[in-house]
Design a protein around this ligand. Structure first.
Ligand code: CA2
Length: 375
């Protein structure tokens, strides 16, 4: 796979000015980082940067022999119709990336004229946004999916991926990201692709975040997304896998639907908002906002049907969020692991999760009359 990375006006100044917004890595440094991220995914990366709108358009037209684009059009994002048209005209999947959080700066930056020509817009994640964009392009090439609306809000969507043969069960994935606007379902996509390859239908959900989300918005959407898919697939064994804040949402939602959820897996889940709010670390302010809006201080496992997997070295959500629930859940503490490797199906925790999901769907199929148990 080959991906062309296009950076627009002023991005050649990276690392020289406004480090509080754009960091201190130079354009050259950024391109070296992206090249390395590409190599670890088996994706070849090509680069171009221009301060001129017409040259950005030309670069898109000339993107021969590439399978996807990553584009940060700089301030042209907010003014250029021709860049969006050029992207649409070449018919390549393009991911729009912004280093800064364009939703939380001047109002004119929140408007993107290229977004509707792109398959995803990633913003406010710093340089990591480029890595996430590469991963998204890689995942979308690996397994086809459909995006389905489960409710009226633009964030009420989920990606469904279906296995080649008969499905052994349904896994609902809930991404994390502290209920913030800038973190979306691309983070759980690699797990969804892996599980689909193992015979599960996967339903990787989006939900309202930020001001419209948090509590109760995010939680209401998660329940709607679950109800929607189980109505569509009656009799299918159902499991939830939620990471971080998605673990919090999953544990809460699973407790609301205990008879339909066969297994709840929390990957580095947040289970105690009071502890998180008081820690004075990343996520404290976010947890406090949920508490202020009436979220329950703690979430509990559904006994006998919950597995919590947590890295001992988790730098965002301390392992105590899982170990405090070890009487009601199977808790696996993984030595030497942090918060984000939980999203990598190549890591050592994943076979444990896969085995648990398989066991629970086999058991569910044997309980449900009329469903064949042999696959
Ligand atoms: O956040 C982003 O990545 C932007 O696309 C960057 C553009 C800005 O106009 C967009 O609204 C958001 C500007 C790039 C300016 O880059 C500089 C880098 C270092 C020093 C000064 C400017």
């Amino acid at each position: 796979m080959r991906v062309l990375v296009i950076n627009g006006p002023n991005l050649n100044l990276l690392g020289t000015r406004e480090p509080e917004i754009y960091g201190d890595t130079t354009q050259e440094g950024l391109e070296a980082l992206i090249e390395g991220w590409g190599e670890s995914l088996g994706v070849e990366t090509l680069f171009t940067q221009s301060n001129h709108e017409g040259e950005v358009v030309d670069a898109i037209h000339q993107a021969d022999g590439v399978d996807g684009l990553i584009i940060n059009p700089g301030a042209l994002t907010h003014t250029s119709r021709s860049i969006g048209d050029a992207i649409s005209s070449v018919g390549l999947p393009a991911v729009e990336v912004h280093i800064s959080n364009i939703q939380q700066r001047e109002p004119w930056r929140a408007v993107s004229l290229v977004a509707s020509s792109c398959v995803r817009t990633i913003f406010g994640r710093g340089l990591d946004g480029y890595q996430d964009a590469l991963r998204h392009l890689h995942n979308r090439a690996a397994t086809p999916f459909d995006t389905v609306a489960y409710g009226p809000h633009p964030d009420n969507v989920a990606d469904i991926r279906r296995p080649a043969g008969e499905a052994s069960g349904l896994v609902i994935l809930i991404h994390g990201g502290l209920w913030r606007q800038e973190y979306e379902r691309d983070s759980t996509e690699t797990l969804a692709v892996d599980l689909t390859g193992r015979g599960f239908v996967t339903w990787n959900i989006e939900y309202r975040r930020g001001r419209e989300g948090r509590w109760p918005g995010s939680a209401q959407d998660v329940v709607s997304a679950i109800d929607f898919v189980i109505r569509e697939m009656p009799g299918m064994p159902v499991a939830i896998v939620g990471h971080s804040a998605g673990g919090h949402l999953g544990l809460w939602a699973a407790a609301r639907r205990p008879d339909v959820i066969g297994m709840m897996v929390g990957l580095a889940p947040i289970t105690d908002l009071t502890a998180m709010a008081g820690a004075g670390a990343v996520g404290s302010r976010d947890a406090q906002r949920l508490l202020d809006r009436g979220a329950p201080a703690t979430v509990d496992p559904i006994t006998g049907k919950t597995m919590l997997v947590h890295g001992k070295e988790d730098e965002i959500v301390p392992v105590s969020h899982s170990t405090r629930l070890s009487t009601g859940a199977r808790v696996e503490v993984v030595p030497g692991m942090g918060h984000f490797p939980m999203l990598d199906p190549k890591r050592e925790h994943w076979p444990l999760v896969v085995a648990e999901l398989g066991k629970s769907s086999d058991q569910r199929r044997s309980e449900l009359p009329g469903l064949s148990t042999d696959r």
